[in-house]
Design a protein around this ligand. Structure first.
Ligand SMILES: *Cc1c(COP(=O)(O)O)cnc(C)c1O
Length: 705
């Protein structure tokens, strides 16, 4: 920008370089109100928006007292929030400090829709972890990869088959900076891959007080094929995955050293980053420690969170890939091939077992945890053979239940309403029991008006998105015009949005097609469904299942009671979790380790209706939502589908629908709102990332027992 930029805009420009704005009340709006159309075309990236704002518009806003006051208030709050915390959160290990932070490694981070380097829940969890660490003042840095083309954009063709579109991220327009050395040159590190040095750039994204370091091999001094190592998240074949994980693990530790950081704890968020343990081992051996001692030292620094009981979620690499890529490393470590392979095997002597990232992480971590109470149990059973002498109950795997970052997921109208009754800043005080106790003070009429408003926003957003995507697909004009009448703002709205993994069972909602149609078309008490989710590019089964669902809904499409939205991302997720009355989750037990999308609806007054799996096993209590089916798993998938579908229909028909439409003389569903309050009261204090991060700080990052 040129020198004539008003000072206010220079300050906004500074604000745009830190994603802190994205979770503040009036944060996104201060940028959006510069130009609503630019805000959309810039993909909600304020740095880009500011660069494209016309000088006349800047001047106009600069002299608008109302706008100035809002912007200055946000800037002042930013300055205050960036101060170092006066003291670390209580109860944490004093060795954790700014110079010795927690290093949190993850293959994906969902910070915001304008930084599309995530696929789903794992990334959202990682992003929310960083935001809460910033909010509570826990010294932490993130380490991940900057994917040149992110995950993918989803296109549904006219036959409802998903295809994937890959677009280069426009990095210069994004709030990302190169990390520089003290003498002002861009820092980089090297990792040996394909038997040659691959150069890795180091970028930094600010997430409040927390820096997120992103590694990237797309450099001119790398060979063409190496430039694509960080091309796509979860793309490519086994070879790509392996070299990507080498970049994250080996490169990540080297990057932190180059930056001058000595983390006190290395947290592996899923096994993708587990090679970091071998880099730490290499460092220890290079300093002359014997193997056993060096191994102990690595173990004293590493903790591991495992995220899924689904086998495909645990990376294993065949011997041929390992030989190609890692022979140089075991030589450098002074280890034999056998010793090295033993690190990655559940049964170290089993020569047929491929090299697994989960066994590697477990072997070198002083603490291993699952992500809900139920998942902890599942893990202890699952990894029983890892420690054959033990009974499952004694396998040393604990759990820290996942949460969500409330300020990211709660709608502005919900935050304001709750601020009025729970006190300003309630989001940061959920751990204090007095905070949520005041939920009973919120009058029915105001709570119901909030729900209606959020449902109306959702309906408007759905219509706009559907209109746009039907136009893009060249559908016929009547069908495009019908997009403007999709959904009804007064109808009970049920949301189902998540990765289209088979175990998530989106198709269960049409298990009995006639019965579903009856729910949707009831004259007096209809329901409407909003669906979204991407299938993994190689998951043809999920793509076929979706096609079947789409074929089913086509004849009743004109009723506008069931809508599928493309390109599920965090921006779409916000609309959905804020607007839906009921959030459905239908996983095949026990495969949902936690699930977090249901936690996002709570502060928005949505209710959960879910299979008893993952977080819902500990969240559900009588009157705060609905449980579908029993907490059983008889091992027969088809029988489970039949029984769960039957239970789902019964809950919807006999409980959810009647309660929603039972109104008093003012048109208010008092019974429904009682449930909304019970949901907030019982769930908000626990299922949030402030609680989660503080629990990690005390129980996992703290000194070994
Ligand atoms: C929250 C979220 C998820 C996680 O959903 P679950 O299926 O409940 O684990 C996935 N994708 C996006 C975009 C999300 O916002």
């Amino acid at each position: 920008m040129s020198a004539i930029v008003p000072p206010l805009f220079r300050e906004l420009r500074g604000l745009a370089d830190n994603y802190w704005w994205s979770w503040q009340l009036d944060g996104p709006e201060v940028f959006r109100d510069i130009s609503r159309s630019l805000w959309e075309t810039c993909g909600h990236n304020p740095k880009k928006l500011l660069a494209e704002t016309l000088a006349t518009r800047r001047t106009e806003l600069d002299i608008d007292p109302h706008y100035r006051a809002r912007a200055q208030d946000l800037i002042a709050r930013f300055r205050a929030a960036m101060q170092p915390p006066p003291a670390p959160p209580p109860g944490i290990d004093p060795r954790v400090s700014a110079a010795h932070p927690i290093a949190y490694f993850s293959a994906e981070f969902a910070i915001h829709e304008s930084l599309p380097i995530y696929a789903g829940g794992l990334g959202v969890l990682a992003g929310d972890h960083l935001k809460s660490a910033s909010d509570v003042g826990l010294p932490l840095v993130g380490v991940g990869l900057l994917y040149r083309q992110g995950y993918f954009l989803q296109d549904m063709d006219r036959s409802n088959w998903q295809s994937e579109r890959y677009v280069d991220l426009d990095v210069p327009s994004m709030p990302i900076e190169r990390v520089m050395s003290p003498d002002g040159r861009p820092l980089s590190v090297t990792v040996i891959i394909h038997r040659r040095p691959v150069h890795v750039s180091i970028w930094r994204v600010w997430v409040g007080r927390v820096p997120l370091y992103l590694l990237d091999t797309n450099r001119e001094d790398n060979e063409e094929r190496d430039r694509w190592i960080t091309g796509h998240l979860y793309g490519g074949n086994q070879d790509t995955r392996l070299v990507q994980e080498m970049t994250l693990g080996f490169g990540g530790v080297r990057a932190l050293r180059a930056i001058g950081l000595t983390p006190s704890v290395f947290h592996m968020n899923e096994g993708h980053s587990a090679f970091l343990t071998l880099e730490l081992l290499r460092e220890g051996l290079a300093q002359g420690a014997p193997l056993e001692e060096a191994t102990k030292a690595v173990k004293a620094q590493c903790v591991f969170t495992t995220h899924t009981p689904v086998t495909a979620g645990h990376d294993v690499f065949g011997v041929e890939f390992m030989d190609t890529h890692l022979a140089a490393y075991w030589n450098e470590l002074g280890l034999t091939r056998d010793q090295f392979f033993a690190f990655g095997r559940r049964r170290p002597d089993d020569h047929w077992e491929p090299f697994g990232m989960t066994p590697l992480a477990m072997r070198f971590a002083r603490s291993v945890n699952g992500v809900s109470r139920r998942h902890g149990e599942v893990c202890r059973e699952m990894f029983r053979d890892f420690s054959p002498e033990r009974e499952p109950a004694a396998v040393p795997i604990r759990h820290v239940t996942n949460g969500i970052h409330v300020p990211t997921w709660a709608a502005p109208v919900a935050r304001s309403l709750l601020a009025h009754y729970l006190g300003a800043g309630w989001e940061a005080r959920l751990g204090d029991p007095g905070t949520i106790a005041r939920i009973d003070d919120v009058p029915d009429a105001e709570l119901w008006e909030m729900r209606n408003q959020l449902r109306r926003y959702l309906v408007a957003a759905v219509r706009a998105r559907a209109h746009e995507s039907r136009t893009r697909n060249g559908e016929d004009p009547d069908f495009i015009a019908a997009a403007d009448h999709l959904l009804d703002p007064d109808v009970l709205t049920i949301g189902f949005a998540r990765r289209m993994a088979t175990y998530k069972r989106m198709s269960l909602i049409i298990h009995d097609q006639e019965r579903t149609a009856r729910l949707l078309t009831d004259d007096e008490r209809p329901v409407q469904f909003v669906l979204a989710g991407k299938a993994h590019p190689f998951d043809n089964e999920a793509k076929r299942n979706f096609q079947e669902l789409a074929r089913w809904k086509r004849p009743i499409e004109h009723l506008g009671r069931i809508v599928y939205l493309e390109n599920y991302d965090v921006s779409l997720a916000r609309f959905l979790v804020q607007g839906c009355d009921v959030w459905l989750n239908l996983p095949r037990r026990p495969l949902e380790a936690s699930g977090t999308s249901g936690q996002k609806v709570i502060a928005n007054g949505g209710l959960n209706c879910s299979i008893l799996d993952g977080w819902w096993c500990e969240g559900f209590a009588d009157g705060n939502g609905w449980a579908i089916g029993a907490e059983l798993d008889d091992g027969n998938a088809d029988a489970q589908d039949d029984a769960d579908a039957e239970a789902l229909y019964r809950v919807l028909e006999n409980e959810v629908v009647p309660l929603f439409y039972e109104r008093d003389e003012r048109g208010i569903p008092a019974g429904w709102l009682a449930r909304v309050r019970a949901s907030m009261r019982s769930l908000l204090p626990t299922f949030n990332t402030d609680r989660m991060v503080l629990q990690y700080a005390r129980e996992v990052y703290g000194p070994p027992a």
